[in-house]
Design a protein around this ligand. Sequence first.
Ligand code: KG4
Ligand code: ZN
Length: 340
Amino acid sequence: MPLMKVLGIESSCDETGVALYDTQRGLLGHAVHTQVAMHEAYGGVVPELASRDHIRRLIPLLERVLAESQCARRDIDAIAYTAGPGLAGALLVGASFAESLALALGVPALPVHHLEGHLLSPLLAEDAPRFPFVALLVSGGHTQLMRVARVGDYELLGESLDDAAGEAFDKTAKLLGLGYPGGPALAQLAESGRPGRFKLPRPMINSGDLSFSFSGLKTAVLPAARARELSASDKADLAAEFQEAVTEVLAAKSVAACRQRRLSSLVVAGGVGANRRRRQRLDEAMAKIGGRVFYPALDLCTDNGAMIAFCGAQRLMQGEGPDRGGAFAVRPRWPLAELS
Ligand code: KG4
Ligand code: ZN
């Protein structure tokens, strides 16, 4: 196995992530800057502001990661960066930074698929799953079940027909007046609430396939939210029921996917993977069929450079070369199934 240190650059949305991964020693250092405070005033991500902020953050983050890793720039053997999917301007910042640094250092630059990064992130943990496994990818933009045979071999088993799970958390949080980013705030509020007092549907739980649909859930929350002035405990109960509904559907479909494919390892990745209640539910559901759930470390659930560095390293170790020497392109829309 070739020994190398791969720098990872993530800038697809509202987090700037930089990390250094060593194929022998593992993760040497990683640092993330989140733009949440900057976008908060606007109630969502402003793409132009995101791009400008990535530019400001990349070099300081790189210096921090190198210091933490006790490495110098010349120790970098390759650079992996998120080339898509994501915001075009934000992706271009990371891509041009990575490609220029690679050119200056005379090392290869490798474009990486953001979702592949999420998908492989549980492999960074000490107790990593073995191939093949089923992966549940739950982020702000995607809800997908995939069969992962090995690095680069991904079969889409089912996905959301409308809103992603994270999007549903964010939109429902907005309805309850929780601001941006809503997912973590809603999850926190749900901790003090009681599910079952308000009744929400479990969309497509009995559809017999592995598709999801979450847009109806926020519509179902709407009448309850508008019927009267909600007290703090009403809001907590609604949040708890909402979280329960999403969690139940995700657990049921994940178990169905594992059964269907006769696999006992389930990997969960993406921002919504940070949800505690969901972890508990999934663990219970998988234990019932004699299976197990693997998660990335909590700080690697949301966007970060470590998963990009790791993904790039895996691909380089498989003998994959850099893209088109010097020229680069980003892909704001890029289906994971197109990877090989
Ligand atoms: O993977 P990620 O950081 O970005 C994308 O690639 O989309 O995921 C962000 C999403 C957001 O929708 C956020 O609200 C949601 O993950 N999220 C959560 C939690 N933490 C983040 N949703 C539910 N519970 C959480 N604890
Ligand atoms: Zn992400």
